[in-house]
Design a binder for this molecule. Structure first.
Ligand code: EPS
Length: 363
C-alpha cells in the first residue's frame, strides 16, 4: 500500500492498523530547536480521542505518545521525529462476524478488490484510528506555526439538520463534546444524538477550520496551490466527502461584483476567496469547510454480499461512532497545520528573500 506520506519539506509518514500493536508516524524536516514534549502532543490527542463522551465510540484508548527519536533535551534536533502510540483497547472479536462481508458505504469492498487481502479487524488501515497520528504530527506543526503568529481554530458547524446559526463563540469550542461554538445549540445536539444512537442509525456533519495570521505568499502554483493542497489534505481524512474554501459552492450564485473581494489601502473588504488567491495565501484568514458522511458501521440490518458474491444481510456490532464529525475538529485543524507548515518551509526555501521588482512599462 503506497501513499502513506504527506508533505514535501515537512514530510509525515503514518503507519499502523486499528487493531495492530501500535500506530505511529515519522516526521522528517522539522526545523531544529522547537520545544517538543509528549504531554503537549497528548493534549491534542485527548481532544480527538474516542470514549470521552457518550456520543462517540466507547473504545477507551490511552493514546499515550512515545517519542522515539529526533528530540534531545526537549527540542527537535532536525533528525526524523518518530512517534508511537500503542493500541490498548482493540476488541477484534466484534469483527469476526463480518470478516467475509462488506459493510455498504465502507472501504471494505474496495480494499478487498484492490489488494486481494484485507485486515477486517477494525477496518485495519482504513480505520479512523489512523487520524491519531495526523493529530500528533499536527500538534508539532501548530506549535511551530504559533511561533510565527499563525493560529488554527476549528469548530463543528452542523450535525444533520442542526446548524450553528448563532454568533460563534470560538472560545467555548472545547467546553462541550461536539466542538460546538454555539452553547445554546449544545442541548439540542445532545438530544439529537441520544435519539439517533438509540435508533442505531448514523448522521453526517460539517466542520469548519480557520487559520489566522497566515503571511502572504504560501502556495505554489500551479500544481501545489495552497487551496488544492488543503482540499487534498481534508479529503484524505476518513469520511470527508466535500471541501469548500471561502464561499465555496455558494460562489455559483454570487455575481462577480459580490464575489470579488475589493481591495483598499486598508485591506480587503470581504473574504469570499477564503484567504487564497491564485493558489497563494493573501494574508486574510484561510477559511475551510468540509462535510463528513454518515458512518457506515450500523447495527441496522442492510443488504450486502459476502466474499463469495452471495447476497447476505449485514449487521455491524461493536463500538462505533454514530457521527465521526463529532470528533473531527482536531483532525481538520491538524491537517490544515500540516499543509501550512509544509508550504511555509517551501515558501521560505524558494522566496525567502524576494523583493518586489517594478518592471519598466515605458517601452
Ligand atoms: C472506527 C471504529 C471504532 C472506533 C475507531 C474508528 O473502532 P473499533 O470498532 O475498531 O474498536 O473506536 O476509532 C478509534 C479507535 C480512534 O482512536 O479514533 C472505524 O471504523 O473507523
Amino acid at each position: 500500500m503506497s501513499s502513506n506520506s504527506f508533505g514535501k519539506l515537512f514530510t509525515v509518514t503514518t503507519f499502523g492498523e486499528s487493531h495492530g500493536p501500535a500506530i505511529g508516524c515519522v516526521i522528517d524536516g522539522c526545523p531544529p530547536g522547537l520545544p517538543i514534549a509528549a504531554d503537549r502532543i497528548e493534549q491534542q490527542l485527548q481532544r480527538r480521542a474516542t470514549g470521552r463522551s457518550r456520543h462517540t465510540s466507547q473504545r477507551h484508548e490511552e493514546d499515550a505518545v512515545e517519542i522515539l527519536s529526533g528530540v534531545f533535551a526537549g527540542h527537535s534536533t532536525g533528525a526524523p521525529i518518530a512517534l508511537l502510540v500503542r493500541n490498548t483497547d482493540a476488541r477484534s472479536k466484534d469483527y469476526r462476524k463480518i470478516a467475509e462481508q462488506f459493510r455498504p458505504g465502507h472501504a471494505d469492498w474496495t480494499y478487498h478488490k484492490k489488494y486481494g487481502i484485507r485486515d477486517y479487524q477494525g477496518g485495519g488501515r482504513s480505520s479512523a484510528r489512523e487520524t491519531t497520528m495526523r493529530v500528533a504530527a499536527g500538534a508539532i506543526a501548530r506549535d511551530y506555526l504559533a511561533t510565527l503568529g499563525i493560529q488554527i481554530r476549528g469548530y463543528l458547524a452542523q450535525i444533520g439538520p442542526l446548524r450553528t446559526d448563532h454568533t460563534l463563540q470560538l472560545d467555548t469550542v472545547d467546553d462541550n463534546p461536539f466542538f460546538c461554538p454555539d452553547p445554546a445549540l449544545v442541548p439540542e445536539l445532545e438530544a439529537f444524538m441520544d435519539k439517533l444512537r438509540k435508533s442505531g442509525d448514523s448522521v453526517g456533519a460539517r466542520v469548519n477550520v480557520i487559520a489566522s495570521g497566515v503571511p502572504v505568499g504560501l502556495g505554489e502554483p500551479v500544481y501545489g496551490k495552497l487551496d488544492a493542497e488543503i482540499a487534498a489534505a481534508m479529503m484524505s481524512i476518513n469520511a470527508v466527502k466535500g471541501v469548500e474554501i471561502g464561499a465555496g459552492f455558494a460562489a455559483v450564485e454570487q455575481p462577480g461584483s459580490v464575489h470579488r473581494d475589493e481591495i483598499t489601502p486598508q485591506g480587503f473588504l470581504s473574504n469570499h476567496a477564503g484567504g487564497v488567491l491564485g493558489g497563494i495565501s493573501s494574508g486574510q484568514d484561510i477559511l475551510v469547510s468540509m462535510v463528513y458522511k454518515p458512518t457506515s458501521s450500523l447495527r441496522l440490518p442492510g443488504k450486502t454480499i459476502n466474499t463469495d458474491g452471495e447476497p447476505v444481510e449485514i449487521v455491524t456490532t461493536g463500538r462505533h461512532d454514530p457521527c465521526v464529525g463529532i470528533r473531527a475538529t482536531p483532525i481538520a485543524e491538524a491537517m490544515l497545520a500540516l499543509v501550512l507548515m509544509d508550504q511555509y518551509l517551501r515558501n521560505r526555501a524558494q522566496c525567502g528573500d524576494v523583493g518586489i521588482i517594478k518592471p519598466d512599462i515605458s517601452q
